[in-house]
Design a protein around this ligand. Structure first.
Ligand SMILES: *Cc1c(COP(=O)(O)O)cnc(C)c1O
Length: 220
């Protein structure tokens, strides 16, 4: 077994249009390097400080994805290098990302997180909040962010029908929202699916899966 084998095994099963984010949170740089040596270039982390430390230590052709809940006051620490922020769930957060991106003279790609689960602990916008964010004048004025897709997390359950229903809900919202494309809103990506449910997510339209434990092993 081992990290490289796990990674290559999973990659061989993914359709070509699906991007693999290797979720490396809590894992040491040596583990990430094993995946890197096996060809992986996209890593997902859920804590900004941990991601920044790994970014400093690792090769610069890695794309770093922030997959966790983002606190507004920490955006500045990742703005110089983050390649995609998955969990954007408010206009206020988007405004801060836009501001920090401008300071760094770049455009930062973001996904809007949609609330699809029945668990109250999960974050995200509902369909109405998504529509009102995208139609607001504040949003249209932002020139240093680009919304490139949507992200969602299904309920933590063994009930496949429930998970499927939630994934299809996200796909439906995506289809309704993807036109018209504008300068800062070009929906292409649906980020859904983790170790336990990524095959189902792909069947339901996912184009980006976030896989941690099936590659790196369990976390404490
Ligand atoms: C940890 C995490 C994952 C990966 O979970 P695994 O079950 O280990 O594959 C995916 N997405 C998010 C948002 C996470 O926090």
């Amino acid at each position: 077994m081992g990290i490289a084998n796990n990674l290559l095994q999973i990659k061989s099963t993914l359709p070509e249009h699906v991007t693999l984010v290797a979720v490396s949170k809590t894992k040491p740089v040596s583990d990430l390097m094993e995946a890197y040596e096996a060809g992986q270039r996209i890593f997902g982390e859920n804590k900004i400080q941990e991601m920044a430390e790994k970014w400093q230590q690792m090769p610069k052709d890695i794309q770093w994805h922030m997959i966790g809940h983002v606190q507004t006051n920490k955006v500045k620490f990742m703005a110089p290098f983050v390649s995609l922020i998955h969990g954007v769930d408010s206009l206020k957060l988007l405004q801060e990302i836009n501001k920090q991106a401008l300071k760094n003279n770049r455009i930062i790609d973001c996904l809007l997180q949609i609330y699809i689960a029945e668990e109250e602990t999960k974050f995200g916008l509902d369909e109405e909040e998504l529509a009102s964010l995208l139609s607001s004048s504040e949003f249209h004025e932002m020139k240093n962010i680009r919304i490139v897709g949507l992200m969602g997390m299904a309920t933590f359950t063994d009930n496949k029908d429930q998970i499927k229903k939630e994934f299809l809900h996200l796909k439906t919202i995506f289809n309704k929202t993807k036109e018209p494309k504008t300068e800062n809103c070009q929906l292409e990506t649906i980020s859904m699916g983790m170790s336990g449910d990524y095959q189902l997510a792909i069947e339901c339209g996912s184009t980006m899966v976030r896989i941690g434990s099936s590659i790196f092993g369990g976390r404490n």
